[in-house]
Design a protein around this ligand. Sequence first.
Ligand SMILES: NC(=O)c1ccc[n+]([C@@H]2O[C@H](COP(=O)([O-])OP(=O)(O)OC[C@H]3O[C@@H](n4cnc5c(N)ncnc54)[C@H](OP(=O)(O)O)[C@@H]3O)[C@@H](O)[C@H]2O)c1
Length: 233
Amino acid sequence: MELRDSVVIVTGASSGIGEYTARRLADEGAKLVLAARNADKLEKLAAELPESVAIATDMMDSSAIERMVAQTIDEFGRVDVLMNNAGQGMRCPVADIKLEDIRYLLELNVVAQVAAMQQVIPHMRRQGGGMILNISSMLSTMNMPKLAGYACTKHALNNISRSARQELAADNIRVCLFLPRITGTDFGMNTRGSDQYDSRKGAPGMSVDPVEDVADAIVAQIRSEEEEVRRSY
Ligand SMILES: NC(=O)c1ccc[n+]([C@@H]2O[C@H](COP(=O)([O-])OP(=O)(O)OC[C@H]3O[C@@H](n4cnc5c(N)ncnc54)[C@H](OP(=O)(O)O)[C@@H]3O)[C@@H](O)[C@H]2O)c1
């Protein structure tokens, strides 16, 4: 994929992996749609990055996702890449998971990703192709105490992505997965459930990936169109 002048929607662009990847994509000359709930942070970032627009979007609201993609087309006329990155974690034993928390996480980490995919697919078909990059997690490949509520949402996202990859290949739409390991962002502090943690400090036996390295790896994946990239432990 030629990054210069390509139109990329980054969800969850107000912080962490989304923000740093948006910065790197801007360095490469991409046109950016920056989406998340925090409009102030998005506006500040958009003011720094040339050819970018901030579109405040709550991914829990499917009509807001529809508006985000419609505004992208109004602004830039096309969408080359959807980076489906907005998400949240949860650390809690299964016995104690609040049903409202797991419903929320399934909606944000799975249903909203599908909604965003469904909004961009018709435009990508019309254009003759595009790329959907779903940000999963290495935890989706593991079974660990307290992490099932989160890992199952990313496991579902993997499955959806791999099926959609086959369904959309004939339309020249590549559906790709990036699986980060622990990355130095505020992600751990933003988790739901009983047990927040500091993802900047890592966990026993697991080192922390600098967010800048993760952003570089995602940009390289967009350029190479590699189907799946894992930051293995
Ligand atoms: N950091 C890690 O260790 C790690 C490891 C594996 C996978 N991941 C995955 O990487 C992705 C990015 O995480 P991160 O580390 O960058 O965490 P982060 O710093 O907490 O960023 C999460 C982003 O998602 C956005 N978001 C949350 N709820 C939203 C909603 N309802 N609507 C729209 N945007 C929403 C947040 O923006 P607003 O609050 O402004 O809405 C923020 O920009 C997530 O999908 C996460 O599961 C992270």
